[in-house]
Design a protein around this ligand. Structure first.
Ligand code: ZN
Length: 63
């Protein structure tokens, strides 16, 4: 597990937080919704203990 600190992260545009840039590679941080299938991302909650689908309201607990 990676324990990274977050500072000054604003909560403005949830839908564009699906990608994290590490060096010169782009890593997808979001998971697809198991109900809606590929293409529908799960949004991560603020404290990152769960992921949430805005379409079908599926919630995935990550802890
Ligand atoms: Zn869904």
């Amino acid at each position: 597990m990676v324990d990274k600190k977050e500072k000054g992260k604003k909560n403005t545009s949830e839908r564009w937080k699906k990608y994290v840039i590490k060096g010169d590679t782009i890593e997808r941080t979001a998971k697809f919704c198991p109900r809606c299938g590929a293409g529908i991302f799960l949004a991560e909650s603020k404290n990152k203990d769960r992921r949430y689908c805005g379409k079908c309201h599926y919630t995935d607990f990550t802890r």
